[in-house]
Design a protein around this ligand. Structure first.
Ligand code: CP
Ligand code: NVA
Length: 302
């Protein structure tokens, strides 16, 4: 029994991810067929600290815990002592004595790492400014269901070298696919993550160079949560980074399109692509539920 956190996508090996994804597909099948699995985590609890807004992350973790027979608590800094300055180290030690796991969505990645250092229960990253690993699990499950294993494939990331992009680079390295990111200068992903990925990662400046022959095209908002002040500067910097039909036409004919959502139509992606036949964004959103159930089961059993 060893304590296992999921703060970064690199916290799991490729084999562990593949096991979790297979289990996610299995749990999804059971859920869809109405086969209950509420014995799996009966009586277990997940504390969920949200310092930023959320629709998918909150609902998927909460519903997931319920379907596994456990319970999730929504903890907003507005109405907990965290918002009044109680140290994260103290909160971690107190919550650890009451709940079986903690999910955190916050700004600084360092904060979740500090929490994890003091936690005696698994800590899950529900998004920081630096990474969004839970979303990548859902993306990989979606790819698996539609096209099979992602190993050896070419994935194009278009736009900001943000939290999603950083986690995708880790995933490329762990899972054996190539991630080609097209980012405007000044908006590159974390250079340390990029360097650690070696030949699994490539950075280009022209979205067409990233998308050519891609099996999967992924994008995200131009301004993430917390970057609202940079909106107009970013709109200018990213104006050539729209995923539209002419761009998608350069990818492989069977390429899929993904977006973690929420999306800004006619900014990073056109309505035609988002609602088009290559888009699997609704499956991707649903898979947050299934992939995270498998993740929680894995972490709680460690
Ligand atoms: N994709 C994602 O994390 O969505 P929410 O911000 O709604 O949780
Ligand atoms: N990059 C986005 C993802 C939202 C799910 C953000 O951090 O706001």
């Amino acid at each position: 029994m060893s304590l296992q956190h999921f703060l970064s996508f690199s916290d799991l090996t490729g084999n562990e991810v593949r096991r979790i994804l297979d289990r996610a597909v299995e749990l999804k099948g059971e859920t869809r067929s109405g086969i209950p699995h509420d014995h799996l985590l009966r009586g277990k609890t997940l504390g969920m600290i949200f310092e930023k807004s959320s629709t998918r992350t909150r609902v998927s973790f909460e519903v997931g815990m319920l379907q596994l027979g456990g319970h999730a608590l929504f903890l907003s800094p507005r109405d907990t002592q965290l918002g009044r300055g109680e140290p994260i180290e103290d909160t971690a030690r107190v919550l650890s004595r009451m709940v079986d796991g903690v999910m955190i969505r916050t700004y600084e990645h360092e904060k979740i790492e500090r929490f994890a250092r003091y936690s005696t229960v698994p800590v899950i990253n529900g998004l920081t400014d630096h990474e969004h690993p839970a979303q990548i699990l859902a993306d990989l499950q979606t790819y698996l269901e539609h096209r099979g294993d992602i190993g050896g494939k070419r994935v194009a990331w278009i736009g900001d070298g943000n939290n999603m992009c950083n986690s995708y680079i880790h995933a490329a390295h762990q899972m054996g696919f190539t991630l080609v990111a097209a980012c405007p200068a000044g908006y590159d992903p974390d250079p340390a993550i990029a360097a650690a990925a070696g030949s699994a990662f490539e950075l280009v400046r022209d979205p067409r160079d990233a998308v050519r022959d891609a099996d999967l095209v992924v994008t995200d908002v131009w301004a993430s949560m917390g970057q609202e002040d940079e909106k107009s500067a970013r709109r200018q910097a990213f104006s050539k980074f729209i995923v539209d039909e002419p761009l998608m036409a350069l990818a492989r004919p069977d390429a899929l399109f993904m977006h973690c959502l929420p999306a800004h139509r006619e900014e990073e992606v056109t309505t035609e692509v988002l609602e088009g036949p290559q888009s699997v964004v609704w499956d991707e959103a649903e898979n947050r539920l299934h992939a995270q159930k498998a993740l929680i089961e894995f972490l709680f059993a460690a």
